[in-house]
Design a protein around this ligand. Structure first.
Ligand code: ADP
Length: 609
């Protein structure tokens, strides 16, 4: 009916190949299926007794549900044999009692499976959040926030549906089918023959579906990530797009993303459309085949008429759980794929370069050695072309140079946000590539222009930089004083306990930057990279702040990407970055004496050119 191969189309009758969107090479990784099975096995091991209770309760519930068809068969035989009405009444009462027991057992089974499901879901969520928080910034930058947002929202939701709805339904369904099959064997083992054609049909079609669905759903979710990224770019860059008159261009890009998502959804829908009809057919066949086999057994005198009725009731009863299970397979495939994407974030969080060993040579904390570093955001465009730079512990270096020269990129490499394509960045003698993202952050902190205030008190916002939350107040005040922020914090209604963040006391951007700087003082890393970290503070206060910060950070190595040249004037040395390399290096005076670009820049900025 449809082609098995060929390019997918969004308008043709049958999208027969995996969807069009190429899997984005910069996207966050996806865990292999073996990792998902491994995680699920661990869950089963850790929650073994609870899971066993769920299975046993479901099995008992199913067994109690079989009393009704069994009794109905016996009632048929009893009536045919002209048995006393009292016997029939007892059987009818047994049916009512079995239904009540069934309801009670089901209640227990469902509540226990909810306990199991919610517990597992909470664990997976916590693991995911931990992995997200450990993600190297460079990985998030490369992948784009859309991928992460899509995994955090849509994928977690798909996983919840699988754990909350599909797993209990499938557990009940499977137990029911197994118990019914056992009951058929008890009636007469030959009745199992009636299930053979349906089992074959289900096996063949499900294999066909499962082989294609895994890739289909993975690609489908990839298109959602891309779509989310596009939408967030549109919202964040709305002003830029409007200013450049590029709205239509962005519309077209979004349309293309929507078309890709549509084609991907259509492909998985098509797979289900091909797969469902044979399944529906399979449980009709089983009833017909039971009639046939049971009829044959009746003619051989192996089964009574009542037992035939029971066998048919049983097979009819099997169709409902099968139907429910099949309804859930789609959710399970989506949930399983979502779990692969969620566990994949853990792989990205453990991003250290293989083959790089920590340097055994002891070095003083705060020493920085950058050796022949080359780096590009994409493989074809190199941004840094072999940078060498050495910093002494406690040295203050200002980086200046034209926009786009590579200053921020060098700052990010120094902070371990990105790892160099070749060459090495060593801090305190240790190659950053050999450290985990946490270890890198302990050594070097990069503070950029964008800082965030979290909803909570000022004290809580400051304590973010520390492991312990109940930090001594004097330490917090000391950090605030170091960044000239103690006066305005004291003037707030509740001082350190003033609630800030969205919906609370609003802080102006300069104060937000000061809080971010105070966090650096508290975190006390070996090296601090300030990328325009004081740009929002007015020039006079900023200079004062940089002086007081220098006092507190003395002994710490500070690299300041300078947009105001007095930062360069005050620094121990200045690096002039041009065309992806350090063009000049020296003290402010040396560089002025040498003339050239720095001297021109200084005189132009200072107004004495
Ligand atoms: P500077 O800080 O000196 O202004 P940057 O380090 O920001 O320079 O940029 C150096 C070069 O790298 C520029 O050509 C810029 O376009 C490019 N670049 C910067 N960030 C990215 C990024 N995230 N992806 C791709 N290219 C980038």
């Amino acid at each position: 009916m449809t082609r098995a191969d060929g390019p997918p189309t969004s308008t043709g009758p049958a999208p027969a190949g995996p969807p069009t969107a190429p899997i984005d090479p910069t996207a966050l990784p996806v865990a292999p299926t073996s990792a998902v099975w491994g995680r699920l096995r661990r869950a089963f091991r850790e929650h073994g007794p609870l899971l066993l209770a769920v299975v046993v309760l479901y099995a008992l519930a199913t067994a109690s549900a079989l009393v009704a068809p069994w009794m109905l068969g016996m009632i048929v035989d009893a009536v045919r044999e002209g048995a006393a009405p009292a016997r029939v009444d007892v059987m009818a009462l047994l049916i009512v009692a079995s239904l009540l027991v069934n309801a009670a057992l089901l209640l227990g089974a469902v509540s226990q499976s909810i306990r199991f499901g919610e517990g597992l879901l909470a664990e997976l969520r916590e693991e995911f959040v931990r992995a997200v928080l450990r993600l190297p910034l460079g990985t998030v930058e490369r992948a784009g926030t859309g991928d992460l947002v899509s995994r955090t929202g849509r994928d977690i939701n798909s996983l919840s549906v699988m754990v909350r709805r599909s797993v209990p339904v499938i557990a009940t369904g499977l137990t029911t089918v197994l118990v019914i099959l056992a009951a058929l064997v008890v009636l007469h083992p030959a009745l199992l023959l009636a299930c053979v054609p349906s089992t074959l049909l289900i096996w063949v079609t499900t294999r066909w579906y499962a082989r294609r669905a895994a890739d289909g759903y993975l690609a489908e979710m990839g298109t959602y990530s891309r779509l989310t990224q596009g939408v967030s770019d549109t919202v964040e860059g709305a002003h830029t797009l409007e200013a450049l008159g590029r709205q239509e261009w962005q519309d077209l890009r979004t349309d293309a993303d929507v078309r890709r998502a549509f084609a991907a959804e259509r492909y998985t829908l098509w797979l289900r459309c091909v797969w469902y009809p044979p399944l529906e057919f399979s449980y009709l066949i089983v009833t017909a085949a039971t009639f046939l086999v049971a009829g044959l057994l009746f003619t051989q005198g192996e089964l009574s008429l009542g037992q035939i009725a029971t066998a048919v009731f049983l097979t009819v009863q099997m169709s409902k759980p099968l139907d429910h299970m099949i309804d859930q397979v789609d959710n399970v495939m989506v949930g399983f794929t979502a779990l692969r994407r969620l566990l994949g974030v853990r792989f990205a969080a453990e991003d250290t370069l293989p083959g790089t060993e920590p340097d055994p040579e002891p070095h003083r904390p705060g020493t920085v050695a950058i050796r022949d570093v080359r780096f590009g955001y994409t493989p074809d465009v190199e941004v840094l072309h072999g940078v060498d730079l050495d910093l002494r512990p406690g040295e203050r270096l200002a980086m200046v140079g034209p926009s786009g020269a590579g200053k921020s990129t060098l700052g990010k490499l120094l902070a371990g946000v990105h790892l160099p394509g070749s060459g090495s960045v060593r801090v305190g003698g240790v190659d950053l590539a050999a450290l985990s993202p946490e270890e890198r952050r302990e050594r070097v902190i990069l503070l950029s222009q964008e800082s965030h205030v979290f909803r909570g008190t000022i004290a809580e916002n400051l304590a973010l930089a520390l492991d312990e939350q109940d930090t001594e107040r004097t330490r917090l005040w000391h950090a605030l004083a170091a960044v000239d922020a103690d006066a305005w914090v004291r003037s707030l209604p509740d001082g350190l306990d003033t609630r800030v963040g969205s919906g609370q006391v609003a802080l102006d951007p300069a104060h937000v930057q000061q809080l971010a700087l105070a966090r650096v003082v508290l975190a006390d890393p070996q090296v601090v990279v300030l990328d325009e970290a004081t740009s929002l503070i007015d020039p006079r206060s900023a200079r004062h702040l940089e002086h007081s910060l220098a006092g507190v950070l003395s002994g710490r190595t500070v690299v300041a990407i300078a947009h105001r040249l007095y930062t360069a004037h005050d620094a121990d040395r200045v690096a002039v970055v041009e065309h992806g390399g350090v063009a000049k290096l020296g003290t402010h005076e040396e560089l002025l004496d040498r003339g050239g670009s720095y001297a021109r820049l200084w005189h132009a900025w200072h107004g004495d050119a």
